[in-house]
Write a new protein. Structure first.
Length: 260
């Protein structure tokens, strides 16, 4: 399963905005960056009393997403104050690249929880049916615990979207398929069951007289009068398998995946 780990450091933006912090432009600019309102960002930046390179950097921030090469490209802006934070992101990449199970992406244009967090922020996404769902989000918030304990200490936290996580976990699980037949077409059923098991599914052959527990399976294939009907157990998707499906193994597999 494909997954992505998005990383950013809120100190990059905080450093860039430090020169306008307290001014009337600070809050509107911050909100425009969070919304990725490009027109409003351009309008506000035109009033900022900062050098041309910094203005260009702020204007391009919403588009700054990419792999490790992105961090190297930022050198061209010559903003030395943010170098420690970029170096920290590079260090994290070096230490985790070999053990990470997903693609590491640097998303410098992500500003959620900008004020709440104090350093690294991260989000984890997994691919689910041709789109990506967020399953985890979090980051550093070193200035939070002092409000409750009276002590300044580093802290990191995260939240998990259990709904998206459960959907992602189900993608790892082996799909169980029930093949139902009568005794007179058991040879055909055995052939289908064997083919499904070779494809990596768990296929079970059940004779018509056996009790059927549809809720325990992801797909049911029924064979009756030499007709073969495959359908999801919620009956929302189905397909009639023909000789073409058995002559072309790829077509057979694609049809099963489509129903599942």
């Amino acid at each position: 399963i494909n997954s992505q780990i998005h990383l950013n450091d809120v100190n990059i933006l905080k450093t860039l905005l430090s020169k306008v912090h307290g001014s009337q432009l600070y809050v509107p600019l911050k909100q425009a960056l969070i919304r990725k309102d490009l027109t409003e960002i351009e309008n506000i930046v035109s009033y900022l009393k900062i050098d041309k390179k910094r203005k260009e950097f702020v204007l391009n921030l919403p588009f700054m997403r990419g792999n490790i090469s992105l961090l190297n490209e930022i050198d061209r802006y010559g903003i030395k104050e943010i170098n420690p934070f970029l170096s920290n992101l590079q260090k994290i990449h070096e230490e985790t690249e070999s053990i990470s199970m997903g693609e590491i992406i640097f998303d410098l244009g992500e500003f959620r929880s900008f004020e709440y967090h104090s350093g690294i922020i991260f989000d984890v996404f997994v691919e689910n049916k041709n789109s990506y769902s967020e399953i985890l989000t979090g980051g550093r918030y070193d200035n939070l615990l002092i409000n409750y304990t009276g002590m300044q200490m580093p802290a990191t936290g995260f939240a998990i979207d259990l709904f998206n996580l459960s959907a992602a976990v189900s993608l790892f699980m082996v799909k169980k398929i029930m093949v139902c037949c009568e005794i007179y077409n058991i040879d055909m059923a055995l052939n289908i069951t064997d083919r499904l098991n070779r494809m990596g599914y768990k296929a079970f052959l059940l004779l018509g007289s056996d009790a059927r527990r549809e809720k325990d399976f992801d797909l049911e294939i029924e064979i009756y009068n030499n007709n073969i009907l495959a359908f999801s157990t919620n009956k929302k998707r189905h397909v009639k398998l023909t000789d073409k499906h058995f002559e072309d193994l790829k077509l057979f597999e694609e049809s099963v995946k489509e129903i599942l």
